[in-house]
Design a protein around this ligand. Structure first.
Ligand code: CP
Ligand code: NVA
Length: 303
């Protein structure tokens, strides 16, 4: 039966470890220039309703490294941009390609696509989740700390797609997470409730200082996600006081790392000093998108 990754919870804890171990192997092979053509002749369609730098490049290079081919499809240039139904597009694409990665505004678009597709579907970011980002993030955390059980994550900023997947991932990893957001920007209550029911130790607070106290992983994201641009001014006002600066970073554990999925907005969610500081792992994190997604494609698409 085909498998999809629409949520980070579409992987079990054991599968997550398997994928990340494969990702580390593939990373080593790439560095040592050892060929790893694990998906020869496979094709990945990449459908984008929104902009992308990392997701597009890493999937496109990733499938090429594995011996396959990517097709970049701007949703606006496809018939779905003119109203063709998702369910028809899903069934047609399933006759041509071996897998589909979609970045969509609505999470339900990806769910519908996956329901009708007969090939694996990967969520390349929706309004609700960004599982590929979190795969890379957990890989990066593993590289720094080894075992993740008992690690404390402090999130300061918007309770958005990246934050949501990070919260859900703690069910799989055993990390603890404290999320500080302004009022009205909390992660969805239903998601937090599900996470808690499934064993996540997630705490929601208002004060960034509380979230970052003794944190091993300090993480944030943009205050103005794609699709919320019209709220930009109101958001910039609401997030005042939530910039991760040196003073906040100093509250974290002495071995803390700073993470950001990028793109970053210096002077808004993070200062230049922090993102350029010695504890910042943002470019390792971006690199690991490539290795983690290659492992994910092998997991989903290898026969
Ligand atoms: N982090 C991330 O998904 O980046 P892009 O929007 O550039 O793909
Ligand atoms: N939360 C951001 C992530 C970008 C990778 C957005 O949705 O725009």
């Amino acid at each position: 039966m085909k498998r999809d990754i629409i949520s980070i919870l579409d992987l079990s804890s054991k599968e997550l470890d398997e994928v990340l171990e494969q990702a580390c192997r593939l990373k080593r092979m790439k560095k040592e220039r050892i060929p790893h053509l694990l998906l020869p002749g496979k094709t990945l369609a990449m459908i984008f309703e929104k902009s992308s730098t990392r997701t597009r490049i890493s999937f496109e290079v990733g499938i090429a490294d594995l011996g396959g081919t990517a097709l970049f499809l701007n949703a606006q240039d496809m018939q779905i941009g003119r109203g063709e139904e998702i369910r028809d597009t899903a069934r047609v694409a399933s006759r041509y390609v071996s897998g589909v990665m979609i970045r969509a505004y609505r999470h339900s678009t990806i769910e519908e696509f996956a329901r009708y597709a007969t090939i694996p579907v990967i969520n390349g970011l929706s309004d609700l989740e960004h599982p590929c980002q979190i795969l890379a993030d957990i890989m990066t955390i593993r590289e720094h700390f080894g075992d993740r059980k008992g690690l404390r994550v402090g999130w300061v900023g918007d309770g958005d797609n990246v934050c949501n997947s990070l919260i859900l991932s703690t069910i799989l990893t055993g990390m603890e997470i404290t999320v500080a957001t302004p009022k009205g920007f909390e992660p969805p209550a239903k998601l937090v409730e599900t996470a808690r029911r499934m064993g996540s130790r997630v705490t929601l607070v208002r004060d960034p200082k509380i979230a970052l106290e003794d944190a091993h992983v300090v993480a944030t994201d943009t205050w103005v996600s794609m699709g919320t641009e019209k709220e930009r001014e109101a958001r910039l006002r609401a997030f005042k006081g939530f910039t991760i600066d040196r003073r906040l970073m100093d509250l974290a554990s002495p071995d803390a790392i700073f993470m950001h999925c990028l793109p970053a907005h210096r002077g808004q969610e993070v200062t230049d000093e922090v993102i350029e500081g010695p504890f910042s792992v943002v470019f390792d994190e971006a690199e690991n998108r490539l290795h983690a997604q290659k492992a994910l494609m092998v997991f989903l698409m290898q026969e």
